[in-house]
Design a protein around this ligand. Structure first.
Ligand code: SF4
Length: 433
């Protein structure tokens, strides 16, 4: 059953007797954000009220991440603080990837947790919430939905690849795509509610395929761009393995495809890439970047890098540093390697060395990002308007518009005049998109 219909069916004529309050705490990636949004809408549909104050919440949902040990530790330490908060009436739901990894054993450690729902049985949370909300008194609750300029759309869950450091395929399972029709319908709904920028999500988002319909990722982008109100289509995170000439042709023809591409590199040493089981080498990665920038020289590339992966030598790290300088990423999420599997690919450098390499990379990334931003002064950028005087360039930068006139258009061409605190400032340029 299509997910939106599933939600409608489950919440239809089902209103709670007393107004319950809920709070959602989300850790990790945008996919978790998207899942939390679905849970939020589901509860709002049932007439519950969201609160930011844990003290006032009747239901606390902790949507967790396990990609790095640190993320998991943060969620666990939050649970540790809830013992005093917990009463028989107040419910704690521990969901998501860490819940999947740790499983029900978690309840032994924290018996006051009511439910542990792993990422693979994500839909079970709706049955539990229905039960917890209770009652069939049909209050005609008015749902106040936050008006959003951008929204996420998860198009596939899970991953068929097995990068050696990554726990995701084990906690989220194999790749499961949504149907082409369901995605289009959902994006149309979002567009009719005012969404202008849609961010497609998937662990390897560009491997998307609806086999039944014979549609792939590029077909999906093309179809979404036909939805008039959608002005920008972004996607997270593509994998270098799944770029192809069909996509590049579309990138050339279709101005709705965001010019901000987040393309995870992880390391620029071929030895390390091989050991990570990433399936590409640095040459292939640079070719993709080159093709994107040949098509549109403004293309802004950001990336993920893991510092200090097992057996990373000083020379391997230098290769990564050199590539960061050469490619000129406009942003890099730098992660310190955190082994997720016992007896497999252990950390082979000291914590001090790991810290040192991480800091060196961060410094370099900051310098490059500043250089790129400074070069923007004098350029004309396409800016999607988010609010009265604020927008985002289609290359992913925040932009304040110094202009007295109210901003009515969706898109403006803006002449950048200044850069302050990683934000561009500019004036309306006299030409409509
Ligand atoms: S492609 Fe991404 S999600 Fe899949 S195994 Fe590799 S790092 Fe993990």
């Amino acid at each position: 059953m299509e997910f939106e219909n599933f939600i409608k069916l489950r919440t239809n004529n089902f209103r709670q007797k007393e107004m319950k309050k809920f709070k959602i705490v989300t850790f990790g990636c945008q996919m978790n954000e998207d899942d939390s949004n679905s849970i939020r809408n589901f509860l709002l549909n049932l007439g519950a009220e969201e609160t930011k104050d844990s003290e006032k919440a009747d239901i606390l949902i902790i949507n967790t991440c396990t990609v790095r040990q640190h993320a998991e530790d943060k969620a666990i330490s939050l649970v540790g603080t809830l013992k005093k908060w917990k009463t028989r009436e107040k419910k704690i739901i521990f969901s998501g990837c860490a819940a999947q990894r740790i499983g029900n054993g978690f309840k032994k450690k924290f018996p006051y947790i009511d439910y542990v729902i792993g990422a693979k049985s994500y839909n079970r949370i709706y049955d539990i919430l229905l039960e917890e909300m209770g009652g069939k008194d049909n209050k005609n609750t008015e749902i106040k939905k936050e008006k959003k300029v951008f929204d996420y759309e998860t198009i596939l869950r899970g991953c068929d690849l097995k990068c050696s450091y990554c726990i995701v395929p084990y906690v989220r399972g194999n790749e499961t795509p949504k149907s082409f029709k369901e995605i289009i319908e959902s994006v149309k709904n979002k567009a009719s509610e005012g969404v202008k920028e849609i961010i497609l999500l998937g662990q390897t988002v560009n491997s998307y395929r609806d086999k039944k319909e014979g549609k792939d990722f590029t077909d999906l982008i093309r179809e979404i761009s036909r939805i008039e109100n959608i002005k920008i289509i972004r996607f997270l995170s593509p994998h270098p393995l799944f770029f192809n000439s069909k996509f590049f042709d579309e990138y050339e023809k279709n101005p709705k495809i965001s010019r901000w591409i987040h393309l995870p590199l992880q390391s620029a040493s071929d030895k390390i890439l091989k050991s990570m089981n990433r399936g590409y080498d640095i040459k292939k990665f640079k070719e993709i970047v080159g093709t994107l920038r040949n098509i549109d020289s403004k293309t802004s590339i950001t990336t993920d890098i893991i510092v200090g992966y097992s057996d990373e030598t000083k020379d391997d790290f230098k290769k990564t540093l050199d590539a960061v300088r050469e490619i000129e990423f406009s942003g890099v999420y730098c992660f310190k390697y955190s082994p997720r599997f016992v007896n497999k690919n252990p950390l082979t450098i000291t914590k001090e060395e790991l810290e040192k390499r991480h800091n060196i990379l961060l410094d370099e990334v900051k310098k490059i990002a500043k250089k790129i931003l400074d070069r923007k002064v004098g350029s004309i950028e396409d800016v999607l308007i988010y609010s009265k005087k604020f927008g985002k360039t289609n290359t992913g930068y925040n932009c304040c518009i110094i202009d007295n006139k109210e901003l009515k258009d969706d898109f403006l061409k803006v002449l950048i005049t200044e850069v302050k605190n990683n934000t561009l400032y500019g004036r309306r340029y006299d030409e409509k998109r």
